[in-house]
Design a protein around this ligand. Structure first.
Ligand SMILES: [Zn+2]
Length: 110
């Protein structure tokens, strides 16, 4: 698992302060094909900003895929998995990237 280097952002994609509720997040792509796998939208909730965007996991009918965040800024966990098409598909758990086909919980060398 590699460090996901999660950054919390507002709806415009600017970094948020420690007391500001985020609307999006970005993370460092484990494949390093690019610096981040894009900015992902967070589901509205008590810890996240209100954005009024309809939830649709397939990005259809005016809706957008959205991720559930556990509220931990230092070591965040998100659900569901992140599919960066043709690049990487995995989970961000406790601030680390974990590929979906990794069946073991053993830490990998960086
Ligand atoms: Zn990627």
């Amino acid at each position: 698992m590699s460090d996901a280097k999660v950054k919390f952002l507002n709806l415009r994609g600017d970094p948020v302060g420690p007391n500001e509720k985020p609307a999006r997040f970005s993370f460092s792509c484990p494949k390093r094909a690019h610096s981040t796998c894009g900015t992902l939208l967070l589901k509205e909730g008590p810890r996240t900003a209100v954005h009024g965007i309809k939830h649709d996991p397939q990005n259809q009918n005016g809706g957008k895929a959205q991720w559930e965040w556990n509220g931990n800024r230092e070591a965040p966990t998100f659900q569901p998995s992140v599919d960066c098409k043709g690049c990487w598909h995995g989970y961000i758990i406790s601030g680390r990237c974990k590929q979906v086909d990794q069946t073991t919980d053993e830490p990998e060398p960086e």
